[in-house]
Design a protein around this ligand. Structure first.
Ligand code: ATP
Length: 242
């Protein structure tokens, strides 16, 4: 079986469990989203997938291989990349230097150039600004650098943590469009978000996480039509997304 399957995981910190019996399927080639409010356990779930906070029970299966107990660098080498929350760029490095840092697993020069050109084809704006210090760019442009750096590892699965956080509505829209384009180029996406409206507009399927439990799941359309999801998320996300 390909794609990512999270099977009944339990995870947390110290003696406290944050995730309780969470199961999620990320279908290859699709955008799967996880919606959840602050503290729902979204980041803990990402940490579990990447081996940063290994689950206490359950399994994480990637491309049919059990990666639950693997070290993070092994998991990344298997083609899973993560774009962290908060658009973390290296501010005193140029755009291109930031991108090169994303390809640290890569040894050859020719392939490095190919990857950089690929990122520039996705984000022509970054090509125009390749020599500019990343810290002097706008929030939306820094988000492109951050996503571009993730693409430099040539991932097959891109896990994106709250890409809309702290961005103006215009940049949020742009950013989501870019995520959709990346997916159309064949990269599987797991999108973790609070902004339900924009997320469900581009996702194929989704899950709702509340206090560390999956409380709803279905196609993006089913979730958008779900009364509880609408009550919990849509009123909140209106301001941020329109
Ligand atoms: P946010 O959108 O605010 O990032 P989230 O859905 O990503 O929220 P998590 O960051 O996974 O939620 O946090 C879930 C719970 O785990 C919270 O109660 C939080 O206080 C707790 N938690 C998160 N990180 C740690 C940590 N390193 N040590 C102890 N508890 C933590």
């Amino acid at each position: 079986m390909s794609g990512l399957q999270i099977r009944n995981i339990r995870s947390g910190y110290d003696k406290v469990d944050v995730l309780h019996d969470v199961s999620i399927d990320v279908e290859p080639g699709k955008i799967t989203c996880i919606l959840g409010a602050n503290g729902a356990g979204k980041t803990t779930l990402i940490r579990a997938i990447l081996g940063l906070t290994p689950p206490r029970a359950g399994q994480v299966i990637w491309d049919g291989v059990d990666i639950t107990k693997e070290k993070t660098h092994r998991i990344v080498a298997r083609g899973i990349a993560c774009i962290p929350e908060g658009r973390k760029v290296f501010p005193r490095m140029s755009v291109e230097e930031n991108l090169i840092l994303g390809a640290y697993l890569e040894k050859g020069g020719a392939q490095l150039r190919e990857r950089i050109d690929y990122v520039y084809s996705v984000f022509p704006r970054l090509k125009e600004r390749s020599g500019q210090l990343a810290g002097t760019m706008s929030g939306g442009e820094q988000a492109m650098v951050s996503i571009g750096r993730g693409l430099m590892a040539a991932p097959r699965l891109l896990v994106i943590d709250e890409p809309s956080l702290g961005l103006s509505p215009l940049f949020v829209k742009e950013n989501f469009k870019v995520i959709q384009q990346i997916n159309e180029r064949g990269i599987t996406v797991l999108l973790v978000e609070q902004n339900a409206r924009q997320t469900l507009a581009i996702a194929h399927r989704g899950y709702v996480l509340t206090q560390g439990r999956v409380v709803a799941q279905g196609s993006a359309q089913e979730l958008a039509d779900n009364d509880e999801v609408r009550a919990a998320y849509f009123s909140k996300s209106t301001g941020a997304s329109t």
